[in-house]
Design a protein around this ligand. Structure first.
Ligand code: EPU
Length: 417
């Protein structure tokens, strides 16, 4: 078990370089097994979710090496084996292997995936995609057996623009016979990253990044090179840190367009933020204005920044109302923020944040990844010492968070308990 200790109240200045996106990398790695030859993926973040996926790759028989963020995967010796529950339950993204193995071998057996406990996270839309391409799904005790005599392109309408279902359907469709159309597809940048990767392998995907994706199946996919895009949620988290404590804090190696829903809201609040080609410079300001926010699929405000931005809203003057529309249980950070001095009420799917309130260092728990990020921000802004336990959640998604924050002036350390 690990915990983070933060001595709060220190200004942050200097540069934080953003790493490769977790939610892209965790899809690119399983997608790599569809290739018949060696695949190289650069800018892979060093986080525990990637380690879990590497474990699965090696279990399947792939040869994997990683050096300075460049991952080399040789899928030639892969065998279609049942991935043990202990490994697949470590993360949500393990189910990208479900679709990649199905697409490659036309059959797969795997357990329901893991992931942060932030509400029900069914996989019905993914299964709908598989079925639309001709697969049969059997389920017993949370284990899925999915088989297809032949995978044939189909027309899928997703009931909600699910990131996972969009990627899973693409992974199954790239080698299917004929054309697949995904309607109401998710438009997240990570989906474009995965589609580009598959196209580099020789797939024929158009429309990624829009709500209609077309995939013309091909016989085989070759080895290729790709790069993970910068992590827009990590970017947003550190931009928020800058809004709280920045003194010319530079967030570098970003794609500004990917975080526009956040940066435009910050400007509404009155945050001093300058956006360059691939960076943002943020200064903390006194007397920020309250805003209302609603989480939505891309290009709307990302649910993954909802908890981090709540910390900033506690410092804004007036009543901010924040609505979470994607997950049912993504307010587990709220009792801890209140313990630290915030004034937040949960009302159904919304929270009402009255500010500004002074935050004080306390003992708190990271209940999930982004709740942990929210509490790290609160600890940085608070007076005194904050101790955050269950920090493993945060290490799943933020590369070198201790080093990155220490380098810009934070007093933060990681301890084994
Ligand atoms: N949903 C269904 N049925 C499905 C799929 C989704 O009802 O078959 C519902 C979910 O229950 C949820 C909503 O649709 O309420 C959105 O789910 P989506 O499938 O879009 O999310 P995901 O693919 O499971 C990815 C990220 C999440 C991020 C969401 C939304 C990965 C590994 N995870 O999850 O990231 O919140 O998209 O953008 O890519 C995180 O990084 O902290 C995180 C949770």
């Amino acid at each position: 078990m690990k915990q983070i200790i933060i001595q709060g109240g220190n200004k942050l200045s200097g540069t934080i370089k953003i790493s490769g996106a977790k939610n892209s990398a965790v899809a690119l790695i399983p997608a790599s097994i569809l290739a018949d030859d060696v695949v190289k993926i650069d800018n892979v973040p060093n986080i525990s979710d990637i380690e879990a996926l590497n474990e699965i790759l090696e279990f399947l028989g792939a040869k994997v090496s990683i050096e300075d963020g460049l991952m080399t995967i040789n899928p030639k010796s892969i065998k279609n084996k049942d991935i043990p529950k202990e490994v697949s339950s470590k993360l949500r993204a393990s189910y990208y292997f479900m679709s990649a193995l199905l697409g490659k071998y036309k059959q797969v057996q795997m357990y329901f995936p893991g992931g942060c406990k932030i509400g029900a996270r069914p996989i019905d839309q993914t299964l709908k995609g598989f079925k639309a391409l001709g697969a049969t799904v059997e389920e017993k005790d949370n284990k899925f057996k999915i088989t297809a005599e032949e995978l044939v392109g189909g027309h899928v309408y997703l009931d909600m623009p699910s990131v996972g279902a969009t990627i899973n359907t693409m992974l199954v469709a790239v080698k299917a016979k004929g054309t697949t159309i995904i309607e109401n597809a998710a438009k997240e940048p990570e989906i474009v990253n995965v589609a580009t990767f598959l196209n580099n392998m020789g797939a024929k995907i158009t429309g990624a990044g829009t709500s209609e994706i077309r995939i013309k199946g091909v016989e085989s996919l070759k080895g290729c090179f790709t790069e993970v895009i910068p992590d827009r949620i990590e970017t947003g988290t550190y931009i928020i840190a800058g809004a709280l404590l920045g003194e010319n804090l530079k967030i570098d190696n970003i794609i500004p367009e990917h975080v526009e829903s956040l940066t435009l809201k910050l400007k509404e609040m009155g945050v001093d933020i300058k956006i360059g080609n691939n960076y943002a410079i943020v200064n903390s300001c006194k007397d920020l204005k309250h805003v209302d926010l609603r989480t939505l699929g891309y290009p709307g405000f990302p649910t993954d920044l909802q908890q981090p931005v709540t910390t900033l809203l506690t410092q804004c003057r007036g009543l901010s109302i924040l609505e979470e529309t994607i997950y049912e249980n993504r307010f587990q950070n709220v009792p801890y923020l209140n313990k630290m001095g915030a004034n937040i009420k949960i009302v159904g799917k919304k929270i009402r944040i009255k500010g500004p309130t002074k935050l004080k260092g306390k003992k708190v728990v990271a209940t999930d990844l982004r709740a942990g990020a929210c509490l790290v921000l609160a600890g940085l802004a608070a007076q005194g010492k904050t101790t955050i336990t269950n920090i493993e959640h945060v290490l799943r998604g933020y590369e070198n968070i201790i080093e990155k924050l220490t380098n810009v002036g934070a007093k933060i350390s990681l301890e084994e308990i």
